[in-house]
Write a protein that binds this ligand. Sequence first.
Ligand code: HEC
Length: 196
Amino acid sequence: MRNFVWGFIIGLILIPVAAAVYFGGGFAPAAVNDPPFPLEQLVAGTALHAKISRNAPKRELSSFTTPNIVDGADVYRHHCVGCHGLPDMQRNRPEPKMYPPPPQLFTPDGYVTDDPVGVTFWKVKNGIRMTGMPSFQNVLTDQQRWDVAALLATADKLPPEALQTLKQPLFPPPPPSSAKPTAPSGAKPKVHHPAS
Ligand code: HEC
């Protein structure tokens, strides 16, 4: 009994001291390149899954039409490409890193095609805390969030129209100008300084 009490008291002191040294002493991971925390993925993942399975709305993938998925591709191209990439995208220069890294949603390693559409809808609406995944609550409408969720749910068998939309450049080159060179429309008017 005495041993148990001593063990209890020492545990009560040692655990907080060890935690203080670990966190306060700069041993805990804080940089993007640090290895994950012991149990980090488990703790963060469990909380996220519990929350999502309670709150995600339910909707059948079959209720979306091809035009919905094409609209989703347009949303994706404007808001998601930079982090989540495109089909067959070659990243051939060094990229800034994030931890956790954003999954490449059009590669077999990153597909969320097994997730219910409502789960992806929830993630797009609410974001994922303590990761770089933003909440698009104030940026997209419910319809746009459903459309992009439906796009990602079909990422492994995209209709060709959606693929085409995804691949359109965000900033298309200006149309060829007519023969005579004219001043670009945004050019500043010339300022005439009065002769001094
Ligand atoms: C600034 C970068 C960034 C942008 C922009 C971004 N995301 Fe994310 N997203 C992330 C990161 C980082 C994660 C990984 C979170 C994690 O590991 O839990 C993520 C996770 C996700 C997931 C969950 C993937 C999985 O495997 O469960 C989905 C779905 C998703 N994002 C969809 C989108 C959509 C759709 C958009 C655009 C409307 C978008 N994201 C924009 C960074 C971003």
